[in-house]
Unconditional design. Structure first.
Length: 329
């Protein structure tokens, strides 16, 4: 009996020590105001002609509001004209379904990018007279992917404290991560993908690019806490993806298989306390495609955001409606 009491006491002391790393807010609502921009870009390098091309979308800077309760998050945003003046980059139509989930023991990211309309990021390069940028309103890019990683130190390190702000990291800590990821998609132009005025050899131009990759990943994440409230979180993951890329220009089609390294970066910084938080975060996913026909290729997806967060307890009436979310807590 005495032995049982001693064991329980040691277990309780261990739990108390672990809880000093971060504080959770299981019954609070995290209300937020934020500014956010999402993007998916295409990078190509012609290794024969020594030319690089970065096709970027004219995605909007959005102002929004949202809330997080337990595992559920809802954000609503709109790109107001005052935040997005016309800078000659053309119009982009897009549906960007990025989702970044941070349960306690793992990380889960989903990508569903559907973009139409891109411009060359370098001003005036290939642009018609009196235009600031080269635009292709019919260039389309589709990317679908999933990323999963297991956290090896979830009792001391919290991604949710940095990203969702429903926890508060009070002591510095880090964690190894390992998992799996998979991506597939297509890039298609109505005629030719590269600007005809910039390509020295027109026979090297093409119309369609398809790709698919999958493979294991490994990474590390760390949060540096300064004076209990200020924090800087960085995470980097590398992947070896096996797959193919396929270039098509009527009537030719060329498919290459291989293994490529990919990169996933995350960065968070800000101030956190028991009631409120202000922070900035950045997520960048780079999928390097298999080299094909002496072209190096990559699809880059990301999101950067500035958050203002306030935590509060729901009232009795609202709490009754929110109890339905408890089954997945």
């Amino acid at each position: 009996m005495i032995l049982g009491v001693s064991t329980d006491l040691k277990a309780q002391m261990a739990d108390d020590e672990e809880n000093t790393f971060y504080q959770t807010f299981p019954d609070h609502i995290m209300g937020r105001l934020y500014l956010s921009r999402k993007y998916t870009s295409l990078w190509l390098r012609d290794n024969v002609e020594g030319q690089s091309y970065l096709f970027a979308p004219n995605s909007t800077l959005n102002h929004g509001l949202g809330a997080t309760y337990k595992w559920a998050t809802l954000n609503l945003a709109y790109g107001f004209e005052a935040l997005n003046p016309d800078r000659g980059r053309g119009d982009t139509q897009y549906l960007d379904l990025q989702a970044h989930a941070y349960p306690k023991n793992f990380v889960l990211d989903f990508f569903g990018q559907f973009y139409r309309g891109f411009h060359l990021s370098e001003k005036e390069r290939g642009a018609p007279p009196d235009e600031r940028y080269y635009n292709d309103p019919n260039l389309r890019l589709t990317k679908v992917g999933i990323f999963w990683q297991y956290l090896f130190n979830p009792d001391k390190f919290s991604f949710r404290a940095s990203f969702l702000n429903n926890e508060w990291q009070k002591r510095s800590a880090g964690s190894l991560m390992a998992g799996f990821e998979m991506y597939g998609g297509r890039v298609m132009a109505d005629s030719l993908l590269l600007p005809e005025t910039l390509v020295l050899n027109p026979e090297r131009n093409f119309r369609t690019l398809r790709f698919f990759e999958f493979g294991p990943n490994v990474g590390y994440a760390y949060t540096l806490v300064i004076k209990k409230h200020w924090f800087i979180t960085g995470a980097a993951s590398a992947n070896l993806g096996f797959g193919y890329s396929q270039q098509e220009s009527h009537p030719d089609r060329n498919t290459q298989w291989g293994i490529n390294p990919n990169l996933f970066l995350r960065g968070f910084a800000g101030y956190n306390s028991e009631k409120w938080s202000i922070n900035a975060n950045y997520v960048h996913n780079r999928v390097r495609l298999i080299d094909n026909q002496d072209f190096s290729q990559a699809v880059m997806t990301g999101n950067y955001r500035l958050n203002f967060v306030y935590r509060f307890l729901p009232g009795p009436q609202l709490k009754k409606h929110l109890d339905v979310l408890d089954f997945m807590d």
